[in-house]
Design a protein around this ligand. Structure first.
Ligand SMILES: [Fe+2]
Length: 448
């Protein structure tokens, strides 16, 4: 049974969950797991394998079941915060939402894109030697050096630039010019955060001023940015040419995609990206329509969720915390009550940088991350896998957070997706939000 949290008041939610808890407590571990996986199936979609987050006070028989069923287990920690242990399960044949009908599959892809849900493509790209080359490039970037690669014709030699728009994270910047681009092209090396444990890096290729030209709509500029990225970043031309990625984007955008402003990511143990979105205020037509992230070496763990579903999850979490009296210390009770009661306020707060007053909740670690995992919003990416993160502006986008799930550095490429011309007509998809599986966990523990 699923309930739409929009129809619940904060005071009504607890009673409904308590009733459900009693039913959950009588389930065997196998039944409990199957029910959990079934409830996350729609959100998970076709490409992602199921993820279950364990808790140290889960019953031993449940942990044993997860150990038997798991194809991977990862312990996630980011910027000093514990986000729990995840078990990746094999999709059980017949139990996942599969289809052999290509037309139906394409319709589902379009619907997921319109609903700002992530689209995972397993084994989209053959990484070949590019993963190894990408990891080798990290050593040069850490040393303040650029890739040792020839530039394409028409670009001036790269020169160091003293500009550091983000002094806390930016480490090096280089610029070049092209007669085909009115904007200066650049590459910038930066740490992902200023946390003392952070060892994750990125090398971003773009053009113009930061942040004023982030949403540049000049296709010629983007073509030149792409030529520079293809020269500097191992594997970038392969991702650009990947038919699995291009056909998915073509289907979702209704036209040929333009991949640009590519960033090389080296997510390293203990680091990664907090839950965030990549949208900015701009007209939809001709704007940035999403991001495609392609893993080329190592493994990353993700939570990725539409802004609408994230709003529901935040409101449900706030209702539980208000009931329990255990709000984050930086969130006053009156503010929490207002956010729990008003979906518009919650959505507006999430769209703020760092998720505004909700930062302590959504970045707080295992409890909220586990809520998203239980609802089917988590997956792992192995080398060769890709994910498309749709974007229709700050109030209709795909939030995502990234963890390193390897023992050493990983390597990936992330490109902005644009499509010149008018957007296709929107398609509507009904999004069902399941009730709290966290409360089911508690009921299981009480029922032991
Ligand atoms: Fe992002």
């Amino acid at each position: 049974m699923s309930e739409d949290h929009e129809e619940e008041s904060p005071s009504e939610g607890g009673a409904a969950w308590d009733d459900a808890d009693e039913a959950s407590a009588s389930l065997s571990p196998e039944q409990w797991l199957e029910e959990l996986l079934a409830e996350g199936r729609e959100a998970r979609g076709l490409g992602a394998r199921p993820i279950v987050q364990s808790s140290e006070d889960d019953p031993p028989e449940l942990l044993a079941l997860l150990e038997r069923r798991a194809r991977a287990r990862v312990e996630l920690r980011r910027r000093g915060v514990d986000h729990g242990t995840w078990y990746e399960l094999e999709a059980t044949p017949g139990s996942e939402d599969t289809t052999e009908d290509p037309a139906r599959e394409r319709a589902r892809q379009r619907a997921r894109f319109a609903a700002n849900r992530p689209l995972v493509l397993r084994s989209a790209v053959a990484p070949g030697e590019h993963g190894r080359e990408g990891l080798a490039l990290l050593e040069r970037v850490r040393a303040g050096l650029l890739p040792d690669a020839p530039l394409p014709p028409g670009l001036s030699p790269l020169e160091p630039s003293p500009l550091r728009p983000d002094p806390a994270r930016d480490r090096a910047r280089w610029v070049t010019r092209s007669q085909a681009s009115p904007l200066e092209l650049w590459a910038k090396a930066a740490l992902l955060s200023d946390h003392p444990d952070e060892e994750s890096w990125r090398l971003r290729v773009s053009a113009g001023r930061e942040p004023d030209d982030e949403g540049c709509r000049d296709d010629q500029v983007h073509q030149e940015v792409t030529r520079l990225a293809d020269a500097l970043l191992p594997g970038a031309p392969r991702v650009q040419a990947c038919q699995a990625i291009r056909s998915l984007l073509r289907e979702c955008l209704g036209g040929e995609p333009l991949l640009t402003q590519t960033i090389a990511y080296w997510n390293c143990p203990g680091g990664g990206a907090l839950l965030h979105h990549d949208a900015f205020e701009e007209p939809l037509e001709g704007g940035q329509r999403g991001v495609v992230y392609t893993q080329l070496a190592g493994r990353t763990a993700w939570v990725a969720v539409s802004s609408r579903e994230l709003g529901h999850e935040v409101q449900a979490a706030l209702r539980e915390l208000l009931t329990e009296g255990s709000l984050p210390t930086d969130l006053p009770r009156e503010r929490a009550w207002a956010l729990a009661s008003d979906p518009e306020q919650a959505a507006a707060e999430l769209a703020l940088p760092g998720c505004g007053a909700l930062a302590g909740l959504v970045h707080g670690g295992e409890p909220f991350t586990g809520r998203l995992v239980d609802s089917g919003h988590a997956f792992l990416l192995e080398a060769g896998d890709a994910v498309v993160l749709p974007n229709h502006g700050p109030r209709g986008t795909c939030f995502h957070g990234v963890f390193c799930a390897s023992a050493g550095p990983t390597y990936a490429l992330s490109s902005a997706v644009r499509r010149p011309g008018p957007p296709p007509a929107p398609e509507l998809e009904t999004v069902r939000i399941g009730r709290s599986r966290r409360s089911r966990r508690r009921s299981r523990r009480r029922g032991r």
